[in-house]
Design a protein around this ligand. Structure first.
Ligand SMILES: [Zn+2]
Length: 110
């Protein structure tokens, strides 16, 4: 089994819709650190699980310097973003989304 890990930083804003009062309901920004794990038993014809650059493009091109509420069709919690990223990237099985130092959400396929 081969695994690749791609880490990237994305600057983006969002606001959350919550069932309780929170400062997170106000529009604000983060430098998100997104860590993407992909694995495969076989390598492709280029000798890769998936090209690091392609992984980065799939996520950066959609999210970097965006208001996430305008580009993602769900409440933009770190958990939901992690699941969405996992769905965009081939062979991805785990994503970590760090919203700020010490606040990390992880999505992992069963
Ligand atoms: Zn936030």
């Amino acid at each position: 089994m081969y695994t690749i890990i791609k880490r990237m930083e994305i600057s983006a804003s969002h606001s959350l819709k919550l069932s309780y009062q929170s400062k997170c309901e106000n529009l604000h920004g983060h430098n998100w650190i997104i860590t993407i794990y992909c694995r495969s038993k076989e390598l492709n014809e280029d000798g890769m699980v998936v090209d690091f650059t392609h992984v980065k493009e799939k996520v950066m091109s959609r999210l970097d310097h965006q208001n996430l509420n305008e580009v993602l069709p769900f409440n933009t919690t770190a958990e939901n973003i992690a699941r969405w990223v996992c769905e965009q990237v081939p062979y991805c099985y785990r994503v970590e989304v760090q919203e700020s130092e010490g606040n990390i959400a992880v999505y992992e396929e069963d």
